[in-house]
Design a protein around this ligand. Structure first.
Ligand SMILES: [Fe+2]
Ligand SMILES: [Fe+2]
Length: 178
């Protein structure tokens, strides 16, 4: 089995099932980053691995300390997995570099992953935030998350791919406005 498929197996097992969010993140990463390599593909699929291993941080989506722990923790987890599975140093370092900043961006390649994550989020996760999280956590908390996920996208060109879903789910969320 090649390295990417080992990562897929590991991520899917950690989340107890396949998450479309990760497949779509790979799709958008390839679109947003012209020099897409195996490391980009692995980073896109595994970017949220920390959550699979440590569990969800309910309702504290934008806390900078939690985002940092989530990103850096995920980079460390996948780094160790890749090392155990014989990946070369260059691949390991690239994957860690990308996952480290997948929530806040940084260089062009890190921004591409952050943008891919956002576009995929509105395709695959936002509906669950409306239907399952908003009833418990309220409109404001989820709208804040939606706005943050949309606004962080690093270019207008990439926002185009998220806008329709962002608007659709923001509107659906209004049902939970007090
Ligand atoms: Fe994340
Ligand atoms: Fe994500």
């Amino acid at each position: 089995m090649d390295l990417f498929n080992k990562v897929v197996e590991y991520v899917d097992a950690s989340f107890k099932g396949k998450k479309p969010h990760f497949e779509r993140a790979v799709f958008w990463m390839e679109k947003f980053y012209p020099n897409f390599t195996e490391a980009d593909k692995i980073a896109a699929y595994a970017h949220d691995i920390e959550r699979g291993i440590r569990g969800e941080n309910e309702g504290d989506y934008l806390n900078p300390d939690i985002l940092k722990r989530h990103s850096e923790g995920g980079a460390k987890i996948i780094g160790e997995f890749l090392e155990k599975n014989g990946a070369d140093t260059e691949t390991i370092n690239k994957v860690k570099h990308l996952i480290n900043k997948h929530e806040i961006g940084g260089d062009t390649e890190q921004n591409a992953l952050m943008d891919a994550d956002s576009v995929s989020y509105f395709e695959t996760n936002a509906e669950m935030f409306v239907n399952e999280k908003a009833p418990k956590e309220g409109y404001e908390k989820i709208k804040e998350k939606f706005d943050w996920m949309f606004n962080r996208i690093s270019s207008e060109e990439h926002k185009v791919f998220a806008r329709e879903n962002y608007e659709k789910w923001s509107k659906a969320l209004e049902a939970y406005k007090k």
